[in-house]
Design a protein around this ligand. Structure first.
Ligand code: FE2
Length: 269
């Protein structure tokens, strides 16, 4: 199967880029299944039901969350009615699920969403929960496992790779909104510390620079907002996965001025 992943969609600029490009990317690259992270999709904070429906109509099949999952109250019913995950390592009594299994191109594909620890809400241990989830998925016959690890620290993300390389098909990081340059395939596991945002690229993490700058200059909290005008980008990873292993992966960056950049994942020797 060929799957695609879009990281943090930041507000309308991110949604616009998905509307503009995703259908043609699906056709051109013959993508079977698209995953995207929704946690900043609605004006930077959470997801509304209108935007959830919109993203589905643009060609997104399943959406993952993070620390901003709960920012809009309507996420609670949406977790039941839409193909949405919240991080798996929230305690079991928290609404929603962090792991779903789909039938894609004749094979089973599990999507697992995890939340890191550094600078994040206190949740259950991501590493122990991941280990247990992977064990249970394998016991139930699911070999293809995609993980969105929503975390701040690259060290946590690398540690997750060291624990699960050869065990899962892909671990792609989200949350920092800044793309890293380490796309690789290690023992059949595609890995990228962070895929980076889809949204405005000429500011601070997709938000108007005025508020973060004021915050850093004064130490006082400021309300972050999506810029009215900006330079947009769509970042998408495409991976060929079968029998639990990733054999080929690359990343595409679509700029709003028409440029497209392609980066191949290296195969770790
Ligand atoms: Fe986040």
């Amino acid at each position: 199967m060929r799957i695609a992943f879009i990281g943090d969609i930041v507000g309308k600029p991110g949604r616009d880029m998905i509307q503009k490009h995703l259908k043609s990317i699906r056709d051109e690259y013959e993508v079977d299944f698209v995953i995207a992270n929704y946690e900043n999709a609605s004006h930077g904070f959470g997801l509304t039901s209108k935007n959830a429906d919109e993203l589905v109509s643009f060609g997104v099949d399943c959406m993952t969350g993070g620390n901003h999952t709960w920012d809009k109250k309507e996420i609670i019913p949406l977790l039941d009615t839409h193909e949405l995950l919240r991080p798996h390592n929230y305690p079991d009594e928290v609404h929603g699920t962090g792991c779903k299994v789909y039938e894609v191109a004749g094979e089973k594909l599990a999507i697992l969403n995890l939340l890191g620890h550094f600078s994040m809400p206190q949740v259950d241990n991501a590493f122990r929960k991941a280990k247990q989830a992977v064990k249970e998925l394998k016991e139930s016959g699911v070999k293809n496992i995609f993980i969105d690890f929503h975390a701040e620290a690259t060290s946590e993300k690398r540690a997750m790779l060291m624990m699960l390389q050869g065990e899962v098909s892909a671990i792609i990081g989200t949350h920092t909104h800044v793309s890293s340059d380490d796309f690789q395939i290690s023992e059949g596991t595609a890995y990228l510390s962070d895929i980076g945002l889809s949204g405005c690229r000429d500011n601070v993490i997709g938000m108007d620079s005025k508020a973060p700058l004021k915050q850093f200059l004064t130490g006082l909290k400021s309300h972050f907002d999506i810029p009215r005008k900006c330079k947009k980008i769509l970042q998408i990873a495409i991976m060929d996965i079968s029998d639990g292993r990733c054999s080929n992966a690359f990343k595409l960056k679509y700029f709003c001025d028409g440029r497209i950049l392609k980066t191949e994942a290296w195969i770790e020797s």
